[in-house]
Every structure is written in structure tokens, then in C-alpha cells.
Design a protein around this ligand. Structure first.
Ligand SMILES: Cn1cnc(CNC(=O)c2cc(-c3ccc(F)cc3)cc(O)c2O)c1
Ligand SMILES: [Mg+2]
Length: 206
């Protein structure tokens, strides 16, 4: 995938990086990027929220990192957490090829360890937008952890990938029944396939 980006995308042009990855994943080898269909929904939410602070849980190869960062205002900060060092190494190079390294802070490690340190380590008060795309059994515990650590403010937006496939049943049940959130489901398809999947957008009500 990285070779495809370096061969087919223009340095400093995020859209060409996104296009190169999508082409590679359609034509050569499926990969678990959010993809172009769900990616358009992601883009519209990022544009609507126009966040100053973004947390991405699950960088993988940096595809959604590039999509999000390319839409942020100049002073905005995107912190992205990736547990797997091999994925993190690839993502750094993809983000650099897109020319977005100044907007992105990629942190290696477990979300459960890093979330409680966000304020002290990165001087973050609260996140305007959180994109959940990491291990599906971590969505719920990490959301509760973000609440407990005071990282969400009235109006913070959570956008969760894969709520149908692979699925995040405990997270969906919690977020759709909690009086502290207002949720909306965006029906789509699993990246590069016809399988149903979707994004769940939730507003924290405080
Ligand atoms: C190892 N690892 C590093 N990051 C993660 C977190 N992401 C996922 O697990 C993930 C998985 C799938 C998926 C996989 C197989 C399948 F048949 C259908 C769907 C799709 C996604 O969009 C995902 O985000 C796992
Ligand atoms: Mg995903």
C-alpha cells in the first residue's frame, strides 16, 4: 500500500494519497481503511464540526488520518493513537507523503493507557471530534474512559466506524440508550465491498 502511495500519489497532495490507497485496495488487496464511501460521510461530519481538536482511535495505515487532517483549519490538532508499531510506521510515512505531519500527532500505544494522559501530555482540554476505528471491543470502555477523564464537552461529537461489520454491539446499545448522547446512524457499506456497514454519529450532551 505504501509503495502504491509513493508510486501513484503526488507528495503534499492528500487527495491523491487517498485516491491511491482506494485504488490499491479495490484493485490489488482489500484493507481495513474506512474507504471512499464511508470516507465521504466522515468528510461531511469533519467539515460540519470544523474541529479544533480531534482524537482518532486506530490509525492503521493513516488513510482516515489523511482524510481528516486535510479538512482541518490551520491551527487545529489531530491526535491519532495506534497500538501496532508496524501500522504506525507505515502511517507516519503515508501522513508525511500527504504533507500533513504538522497537523498530526501519531502516538503509539494502547488507547486505555493514553486517554487518561491526554490533558497532561498534549495540553488538551476536550476533544471536539473523536473518530473511533480501533479494536471494536474497545469502543465502549474507551468512551466511558473519555467521559471519566473529562475529555468530552457538551457538543463533542463521537463518530464510530464499523458499528455493523465487524460490529460493536455493546457500544451501540450504550450510546443509543444513554440520556447523555443523541445518536444518528449513517447506513453505508464495508469498505470496498457490498456488505452492509455504517457509521454512528453521537453528540455528547454533557
Ligand atoms: C489489528 N487491528 C488494527 N486495527 C484494528 C481495528 N480495526 C478493525 O479491526 C477493522 C476490521 C474490519 C474488518 C475486518 C475483517 C472483515 F471481514 C470485515 C471487517 C473493518 C474495519 O473498518 C476495521 O476498522 C484491528
Ligand atoms: Mg474501520
Amino acid at each position: 500500500m505504501l509503495a502504491a502511495v509513493q508510486k501513484n500519489a503526488t507528495r503534499g497532495d492528500p487527495r491523491s494519497v487517498v485516491k491511491a490507497i482506494d485504488q490499491f485496495c479495490r484493485q490489488k488487496e482489500w484493507a481495513m481503511n474506512v474507504g471512499d464511501e464511508k470516507g465521504c460521510i466522515l468528510d461531511s461530519v469533519v467539515t460540519e464540526v470544523n474541529p479544533a481538536t480531534v482524537l482518532e482511535l486506530g490509525t492503521y495505515c493513516g488513510y482516515s488520518t489523511v482524510r481528516i487532517a486535510s479538512l482541518l483549519p490551520s491551527n487545529a490538532k489531530l491526535i491519532t493513537l495506534e497500538f501496532n508499531p508496524d501500522y504506525a510506521a507505515i502511517a507516519r510515512q503515508v501522513i508525511a507523503w500527504a504533507g500533513l505531519e504538522d497537523k498530526v500527532q501519531l502516538v503509539e500505544g494502547a488507547s486505555g493507557d493514553w486517554i487518561p494522559k491526554m490533558k497532561e501530555k498534549f495540553g488538551i482540554e476536550t476533544f471536539d471530534l473523536v473518530f473511533l476505528d480501533h479494536w471494536k471491543d474497545r469502543y465502549l470502555p474507551d468512551t466511558k474512559l473519555m467521559e471519566e477523564c473529562g475529555l468530552l464537552r457538551k457538543g463533542s461529537i463521537l463518530l464510530a466506524d464499523n458499528v455493523i461489520c465487524p460490529g460493536t454491539p455493546d457500544y451501540l446499545e450504550y450510546i443509543r440508550n444513554s440520556p447523555r448522547y443523541k445518536s444518528q446512524y449513517f447506513k453505508s457499506h464495508l469498505e470496498y465491498t457490498k456488505v452492509e456497514d455504517g457509521l454512528e454519529k453521537s453528540v455528547f450532551l454533557g
